[in-house]
Design a protein around this ligand. Structure first.
Ligand code: NDP
Ligand code: MG
Length: 387
């Protein structure tokens, strides 16, 4: 059979916010892209609908209890159906895959992303937790396997776009923009009483629940600082967070002559997703365009790390290195889930993360197995501190 000229993409996390938008990008360019594999954790109904529409070679449901339902629903189609965490890795490694979109949420994305890199697959990376947990290991592995990691996170995509055509020009500083989330101007007193319903209302972006809470607590920005360090090889001191509530400038790079380049656009994740798919080319897209007559008020301010402790904790983890960011991530996943279940207050989240960072065992040069053990230990400590 003739080799397909389309780029075949395995989407890990196709039922999520990034995953569904990635499928829209594929639908807009059916001559260039096709979904090789689609995967979900629990949302089997949506996965079935996506499989019928996009006709991938394979689908995976991580939760094995849902396998039968998925298998039966797709019995009339020539789609391979698998279940479980190992199957996720296997579809990412499969020979026909040209690119893996890592769009699962959280630590669970680490292993399949690692396996895809080891199999030599270019990565479009949305799952920032992979770089937060094990940035050193992942970047070394990508270098060894000559695998590009193309950022999907809008800020990192902006930085990546600013760096196009500048291969020999060192970065002086990265200016990472932050919307500041729904609680930007709340006092500490007010922050003590904010609810999950308020936290889930992000002013500019529609995203999955976990990252929306991380955005409200500014842990998301802390993670993005760590992500930027690994993607662009800069020191923590070269990454400055700038609060820019309008989310028009998606991030900036300052070069050694003082010139600052920025990438602007409306907040729409389909653009960075598409750019990761099409890099180094830009494809015509039907997304809305920025109307400058409607954004005549762009503002910038410093983040407040007294009210948003998580940002300071992320810088601290980055300075300490080793497994500290893995501990930070694990504790954050526990408190984030607890906040969504009304088991911890908004400010309690930072307290538990900080205490977990103090208590969990520090490892200066962790192996993959160390990361797995640190993740488990930090989750246990954080869970104990909540209860
Ligand atoms: P969602 O919660 O919307 O989607 C997560 C996806 O991962 C779903 O397909 C979900 O399946 C799947 N999933 C969750 N847990 C597991 C697991 N244990 N095993 C296998 N699959 C799992 O998240 P988002 O799309 O918002 O975010 C995805 C990643 O992209 C995150 O790392 C986030 O930080 C990053 N990101 C997201 C942005 C956004 O705009 N949403 C912007 C920048 C980065 P199911 O649907 O069945 O639960
Ligand atoms: Mg972002």
């Amino acid at each position: 059979m003739e080799k397909s000229t389309k780029k075949r993409i395995a989407i890990l996390g196709s039922t999520g916010s990034i995953g569904t938008q990635a499928l829209e990008v594929i639908a807009e360019h059916p001559d260039r892209y096709e979904a090789y594999a689609l995967t979900a954790n629990n949302r089997v109904d949506l996965l079935i609908r996506q499989a019928r529409q996009y006709m991938p070679d394979a689908v995976v449901i991580a939760n094995e209890a849902k396998y039968k339902e998925l298998k039966q629903a797709l019995a009339d189609l020539p789609i391979k159906v698998y279940a479980g965490a190992d199957a996720l890795c296997e579809v990412a490694e499969a020979a026909p895959v040209d690119m893996v979109l890592a769009a699962m949420v959280g630590y669970a994305g680490l292993r399949p992303t690692m396996r895809a890199i080891q199999a030599g697959k270019p990565i479009a990376l949305a799952n920032k937790e992979t770089l937060v947990v094990a940035g050193e290991l992942i970047t070394a592995l990508a270098l060894k396997n000559r695998v590009p990691i193309l950022p999907v996170d809008s800020e990192h995509s902006a930085i990546f776009q600013c760096l196009a055509g500048e291969p020999d020009n060192p970065i002086e500083k990265i200016l990472l923009t932050a919307s500041g989330g729904p609680f930007l101007h709340c006092t500490l007193d007010e922050l003590a009483h904010v609810t999950k319903t308020e936290a889930l209302k992000h002013p500019n972006w529609e995203m999955g629940a976990k990252i929306t809470i991380d955005s409200a607590s500014m842990m998301n920005k802390g993670f993005e600082v760590i992500e930027a360090k690994w993607l662009f090889g800069v020191h923590p001191e070269q990454i400055e967070v700038v609060v820019h509530p309008q989310s028009v400038i998606h991030s900036m790079v300052q070069f050694e002559d003082g010139a600052v380049k920025a990438q602007l656009g409306i907040p729409d994740m389909r653009l960075p997703i598409q750019y990761a798919f099409s890099y180094p080319f830009r494809l015509k897209a039907s997304f809305d365009r920025l109307d400058f007559t409607r954004c005549n008020h762009l503002t910038f301010e410093q983040p407040d790390t007294e009210r948003f402790r998580n940002l300071a904790l992320a810088y601290e983890a980055l300075h300490q290195g080793g497994n500290m960011a893995c501990i930070l991530n694990a504790a954050n996943e526990v408190v984030n889930a607890a906040f969504l279940q009304d088991r911890i207050s908004f400010l309690g989240m930072s307290r538990v993360i900080e205490e977990t960072m103090r208590q969990a065992q520090f490892i200066a040069s962790p192996t993959y197995e160390d990361y797995v053990a640190s993740d488990m230990e930090a989750r246990r400590i954080a869970e104990e501190k909540i209860n």
